[in-house]
Design a protein around this ligand. Structure first.
Ligand SMILES: Nc1ncnc2c1ncn2[C@@H]1O[C@H](COP(=O)(O)OP(=O)(O)OP(=O)(O)O)[C@@H](O)[C@H]1O
Ligand SMILES: [Mg+2]
Length: 338
């Protein structure tokens, strides 16, 4: 089992590096799947995928390469089918509260990312490269599921969800003080009928939530296991120092292992013939200036972090966008070469 998670700030090349990483594993004979949690579907262009499929084998690759998108609705529906009590699946899937949760809960994307990884592992994928979405707070993909797991295993939440049917039958006064207090407070905020609907829903849904929480904890533990997981921080020269410092600290706080920092889009190629006058001369001087600053940024990161990160990998600015196998191979060969 191997999981590689690529993360970084917006637009630095997470999707390109993820796709190139999975491609290099597949071509080396290790069947691999790249999962994107990014709703903007950039992975489709990077890999030249067909429309309308949440999981597909990537054509034209020697070796077995799969690509999967994070479809939040399907992932949640699958979790319900797998974990609901027998006979309640349809009630849950058609419940008005379920529809609201599935489509409008902010952060559903982050909540479902770990679930999707665990569903893919259960389906037999052994090497998964995860391309994370640019999110408001980049660590949410990892934090939210574990927060949810803590919340849903709290005794108060268990008490409310498990006692609701009983409460409904017996009248509110039959429950203990703790649960009564929660119902009363929720009614004050949301109004009686909405609370009733929510509690009705949660009393059906809680086995799904508890199973989800259990799996989120298991996947969280896998992500902390150095023998399974590798985090790669993707950045660009201008942001390399700041990003590396930030992500290393955040990942270390959560005990997630980092093995690589990829500094992408570096302008390191020397100019062949250097024009010295006119506009061409100015452009050449500007290029060399930028190039020098990129070199300095790379050296600074290496000096500071070589000891704490397994590898610092430098990737060139390619002559065109990363769209398709040719461009990915160029990145792949640099990833392998270091
Ligand atoms: N080494 C490179 N050379 C040239 N273009 C690149 C390189 N890496 C990435 N790009 C281009 O930069 C853009 C952003 O790349 P990509 O989508 O991989 O970044 P991202 O970090 O996944 O972005 P987002 O945060 O929006 O998900 C794309 O147009 C891609 O083609
Ligand atoms: Mg992306």
């Amino acid at each position: 089992m191997k999981i590689i998670v690529c993360l970084g700030t917006g637009g630095v090349g997470k999707t390109s590096v993820s796709a190139a990483t999975a491609l290099s594993l597949a071509r080396a004979g290790q069947p691999a799947l790249v999962l994107t949690t990014d709703p903007s579907l950039r992975l489709k262009t990077a890999l030249g995928l067909r429309d309308g499929m949440t999981e597909q084998r990537v054509p034209g690759v020697e070796g077995e390469l799969w690509a999967a998108l994070l479809d939040v609705h399907t992932t949640l529906d699958d979790a319900v089918r797998m974990n609901a009590k027998r006979g309640t699946e349809q009630k849950i899937l058609t419940h008005p509260i379920y529809k609201t949760i599935a489509s409008s809960l902010s952060g559903m994307n982050e909540l479902m990312a770990l679930e999707r990884i665990s569903q893919l592992m259960a389906r037999g994928y052994k090497t998964i490269v995860v391309d994370t979405a640019p999110s408001r707070h980049v660590m949410e993909v990892l934090d939210k599921p574990l927060m949810f797991a803590d919340l849903s295993s709290s005794n108060k939440v268990k008490l409310v969800s498990r006692t609701y049917r009983f409460v409904e039958a017996m009248g509110l006064m039959a429950v203990g003080r703790n649960a009564l207090e929660i119902y009363a407070r929720a009614e004050e905020i949301l109004g009686g009928s909405l609370v009733k609907q929510i509690l009705d829903f949660y009393s059906l849904f809680y086995p799904v939530a508890e199973a989800y929480a259990e799996r989120a904890k298991e996947t969280g533990a896998l992500l902390r296991d150095r023998s399974v997981t590798e985090f790669r921080v993707v950045t660009t020269p201008q942001k390399a120092m700041r990003d590396t410092e930030f992500f290393l600290a955040e990942l270390e706080k959560r005990k997630f292992p980092v093995n690589m920092v990829c500094i992408n889009r570096c302008w390191l190629r020397p100019l062949g013939e250097k024009p010295t006058s006119g506009l061409a001369g100015e452009v050449a001087a500007w290029y060399e200036n930028v190039s020098d600053s990129h070199r300095a940024a790379i050296e600074a990161v290496k000096a500071e972090y070589s000891d704490s990160v397994g590898r610092i990998c430098v990737l060139d600015e390619l002559p065109k966008d990363v769209d398709g196998a040719g461009a990915l191979r160029a990145l792949e060969s640099q990833l392998l070469a270091g």
